[in-house]
Ligand binder design. Structure first.
Ligand SMILES: [Fe+2]
Ligand SMILES: [Fe+2]
Length: 325
């Protein structure tokens, strides 16, 4: 079925059966994991000993690793920015809640655990200048961001599909590296967050698939536009006290490349995965502009790979204000 109407019509249509979808992609709160499940219990007598073991295990984590973990944490902690951004999408209304409103609220409630858990870990680790990190978090929220989607749900869902996959990759890798460094608690922490991200990615990808069914050309054009602009990570807007905007991000991103937590190749692999998931090669009923957008998208990974092969990662270890020593 093709819907010739507006984004609003499509959002209404796709949102009709959202309640059943929500059950697939969000977990019941009562049985869901909570940050305290992965942290020493401060009510217990042996709390100081637990914390001592925690700090000991965090000692072997490399400088770049700590920088990446702090950057990841700040990114998670800027959740108010993401929730308010998504609430502003066409077809979403807080005053008259729809299935979409419930989705954004439920998603936010799950995501809120990520920054909370990572923050507490970092605090207990003894490796981080918490104040410097908190300043960066406050900046990131106060500065806000522009991810180039406007209020368009199609572009926003491309962005969130991409972003959830990217955070899945990076949390999964920090989990593996933590295990190798002898820090099993942190490995569990990153792993459980990574699995949330994957579940959320599946939801956003499903929304896009449903839109492709009813509005293929417009959905294709939105996908193309987001890929031409490139996905701007929320951390792109990171800053530290006294450091110019964008400098902190590039050092953070270099550190992530150096330890292989999130690389240019991962970015390209995600595009490849989305092309396959959304069966981009097989979408029918495209108009001329939609066809051209598809051609661009199908050729994109190979083009990006040619450039990536020539890019060198800087080896400079940058002194982040976040790392204690
Ligand atoms: Fe998250
Ligand atoms: Fe997420």
């Amino acid at each position: 079925m093709a819907l010739s109407g507006s984004r609003l019509d499509v959002m209404r249509h796709v949102g009709e059966n959202l309640d059943t979808l929500l059950g697939d992609y969000l977990k019941p709160i009562e049985t869901n994991w909570q940050p305290s499940d992965f942290l020493p219990d401060s009510r217990q007598e042996d709390f100081p000993e637990q914390v001592r073991l925690f700090r000991e295990s965090a000692r072997e984590l490399s400088y770049d690793y700590m920088a990446v973990l702090v950057g990841d944490t700040i990114t998670e902690e800027a959740l108010p920015t993401y929730e308010s951004w998504l609430m502003d999408m066409e077809g979403v209304n807080q005053a008259e809640p729809t299935g979409w409103t419930s989705w954004i609220r439920g998603w936010t409630a799950e995501e809120n655990r990520h920054g909370d858990l990572l923050n507490k870990f970092l605090y207990l680790s003894g490796r981080v200048n918490m104040r410097a990190m908190e300043v960066s978090t406050q900046y990131l929220i106060a500065d806000g961001f522009d991810i180039g989607t406007g209020t368009d749900p199609y572009k926003n869902f491309v962005y969130t599909s991409f972003q959830e996959l990217a955070t899945n990759v990076s949390h999964r890798r920090t989990a593996t590296l933590a295990k190798q460094a002898g820090c099993p608690q942190l490995s569990k922490i990153c792993g459980v967050i990574a699995s949330d991200e994957m579940r959320h990615a599946k939801a956003y990808k499903a929304f896009v698939s449903k839109i492709f069914e009813v509005d293929p050309s417009e959905m294709m054009l939105a996908f193309e536009e987001m890929m031409r602009k490139k996905i701007v990570m929320p951390a792109h807007f990171l800053r530290e006290t006294g450091v110019k905007l964008s400098q902190t991000f590039s050092h953070f991103s270099d550190a992530a490349q150096r330890i292989g937590v999130y690389t240019t190749n991962d970015y390209i692999d995600i595009i490849d995965a989305l092309l396959i998931d959304w069966h981009i090669d097989a979408v029918t009923d495209l108009n001329d502009a939609g066809q051209r957008a598809r051609d661009y998208l199908m050729a994109l990974p190979a083009r990006l790979r040619r450039v990536a092969d020539r890019t060198k990662i800087p080896t400079l270890e940058y002194p982040f204000s976040w790392i204690a020593a």
